[in-house]
Design a protein around this ligand. Structure first.
Ligand code: 5GP
Ligand code: ZN
Length: 137
């Protein structure tokens, strides 16, 4: 379903023009207007879902095959040295547009970007407790 006040719904469904690098029945992949690096693209499902938690499993299963196709094309034609897939869910995680999207960020030697986190140092007991918490019914 499309959401009336959602800009990515409008872009994904072609109501607002975009620089489209890939399109099929269920997805549109566009160039990000504020790219982290040259070729930064966004995979947009045409069906609205706020985020990964809301995304139907069958659409989720088709995101990575799209990413693979576009990654190969970007690598072949932009000659990037690497590529980050980044996907933010919720404001706390840095999501600013509340329509599921996956970032494809080509990486180049000396591109000046840093997509990293500060590693924690949990004890073995803390890791066990986290595992137990995740696996509970
Ligand atoms: P988020 O922070 O939600 O994970 O990422 C949103 C991304 O969408 C940002 O990288 C931003 O530059 C991009 N963006 C926001 N509005 C538009 C738009 O209207 N067109 C395009 N192509 N990208 C947009
Ligand atoms: Zn939407």
């Amino acid at each position: 379903m499309k959401k009336d006040d959602c800009i990515f719904c409008k872009i994904a469904n072609g109501e607002i023009p975009s620089r489209t690098v890939y399109e099929d029945e269920k997805f549109r992949v566009i160039l990000d207007l504020g790219p982290a690096t040259k070729g930064h693209a966004l995979i947009l499902p045409k069906e609205h879902a706020d985020n990964l938690f809301e995304l139907p499993e069958e659409i989720a299963a088709e995101v990575l095959p799209v990413a693979k196709k576009v990654a190969d094309k970007i690598k072949a034609n932009l000659h990037c040295d690497g590529l980050n897939l980044v996907q933010n869910n919720g404001e706390i995680a840095g999501q600013t547009v509340m329509h599921f999207h996956m970032h494809m960020i080509p990486r180049y030697e000396n591109d000046g970007q840093k997509i990293l986190w500060k590693p924690g140092e949990p004890s073995s007991e803390e890791l066990d407790a986290t595992l137990k918490q995740i696996l509970q019914a």
